[in-house]
Design a binder for this molecule. Structure first.
Ligand code: NAI
Length: 389
């Protein structure tokens, strides 16, 4: 496939980075669907003033989006591929908005997919009779990136060397991997099924795991902005132990479910994933902790905080590191572990702590608010294996 037109859904960091990168790399027409708040208007005005959307830092590109709209009917028709570049909690509502406007056999994908994207997307599309739509997903966002000036400049702090992708139907993974490789300008690992992508979602380990390490023993006292810890570069030995525990839980699920019929070899240990993703940015790969502390792509990124009174800051437990990565990550993997009969002690500990911070109970009462397979009809191991094996 050689996409002539793509549409990027979203108006945040990743969406604004992908727009010029895709246009520059493959010369396709890039439209943006940005229905959230007044984003379409701001993107239109600001990009026009700047002469396009621009990425600086690790990737340099600039391009004027062809059309930016908050109306799906204006941008979705005619798209060979549609990219959801937004936190996972916005996937389903966006799919409902775009489904009626998608071309027959269009491709819709999420960057990144996070946990359970495939069955949730199929369910949303089926409600519109759009079983023809084909899915792809990336294991992570290719870049660490932050908007520098909204609608104008995005700073790309780091680029992953390789990012894994899955498709449904899976037979087209090679074709889509080639397109993504050209479009994103990096290596794409072809993963044989979406379950592998769900389990290999390292954001679910890194983000809640580091939040737990940084703040589980926080004394509740507000602090000055300058005292905000660096998110990655202040990882303590105990924090790294939590990450290793979460990693062990994922590997236990992988080894229980993997079989000659279900290829989960792409569910790598966290340290291996770091080495694959950031080979040239990690100065000291000796341990898991040192791999984080010396990863230059993570330099300067602070923990999420919010100001509760002038100059007084507290951790922002409602930032996406918990609000996205628990219900669309850890809780999904834990639900899969339950189907597989696997114990997940560190996940249970981190989910219980995060749930309390989010005023939820993702281990019990609010489990069905997470994107767990049980909610979408995959209620026992047999059904799960039938969907993927
Ligand atoms: P972001 O926080 O910049 O995205 C926010 C955007 O998502 C909003 O501007 C809006 O366009 C859309 N959105 C948010 N809530 C919405 C809602 N309720 N309905 C409709 N649209 C809504 O996110 P970013 O940084 O672009 O990240 C996108 C995804 O990539 C997330 O899953 C994130 O965890 C992941 N990621 C981001 C990295 C980064 O460096 N930015 C690195 C690794 C992963």
């Amino acid at each position: 496939m050689n996409p002539q037109k793509i549409t990027i859904c979203g108006g945040g960091n990743g969406a604004q980075a992908l727009t010029p990168i895709a246009a520059n790399n493959i010369g396709c027409q890039v439209d943006i669907y940005a229905p959230f708040g007044d984003e379409a208007e701001r993107l239109r005005t600001n990009s026009a003033t700047h002469g396009g959307l621009e990425t600086i830092g690790a990737v340099q590109s600039k391009s004027m989006p062809h059309r930016i709209s908050a109306n799906p009917a204006e941008v979705i028709p005619g798209s060979d591929m549609v990219f959801l570049v937004m936190p996972a909690f916005a996937h389903e509502s966006t799919l409902h908005q775009i489904a009626p406007h998608l071309d027959a056999n269009a491709w819709v994908g999420a960057l990144p997919a996070r946990g359970g994207f495939d069955y949730a997307a199929m369910s949303a599309l089926a409600e519109h009779g759009r079983e023809d739509v084909r899915l792809f997903g990336l294991q992570t966002l290719p870049w660490a990136c932050r908007i520098d000036r909204y609608g104008q400049v995005v700073n790309v702090l780091g680029v992953k060397q390789v990012v894994d992708a899955a498709t449904r139907p899976r037979a087209q993974i090679e074709e889509i991997s080639a397109v993504l490789k050209a479009m994103l300008g990096l290596s794409i690992g072809a993963v044989p099924n979406f379950l592998a992508l769900t389990l290999a979602n390292t954001g679910q380990l890194i983000h809640p795991g580091i939040m737990y390490g940084l703040f589980a023993n926080w004394d509740g006292e507000p602090f000055a902005k300058e005292e905000t810890p660096l998110f990655y570069h202040n990882l303590s030995a105990a924090g790294a132990e939590t990450l290793a525990g979460l990693d062990d839980d994922i590997q236990a699920i992988r080894s229980q479910l993997a079989s000659p019929y279900l290829d989960l070899t792409s569910v790598h240990h966290l340290k291996i994933w770091l080495e694959r993703s950031y080979a040239h940015s990690i100065l000291d790969p000796a341990t898991l902790q040192s791999s984080f502390l010396t990863n230059q792509a993570y330099a300067g990124i602070k923990a999420p905080v919010r100001e509760i009174s002038p100059g007084q800051f507290i951790p922002d437990f409602h930032a996406r590191y918990l609000a996205e990565d628990v219900p669309f990550g850890l809780a999904v993997s834990r639900a899969i572990a339950q189907l597989a009969g696997v114990e997940t002690p560190t996940m249970d500990k981190v989910i219980a702590w995060a749930s309390e911070k989010l005023n939820k109970d993702y281990l019990g009462r609010d489990m069905n608010e997470a994107r767990i397979p049980q909610k979408y009809g995959l209620e026992n191991l047999e059904q799960l294996l039938a969907a993927y094996a």
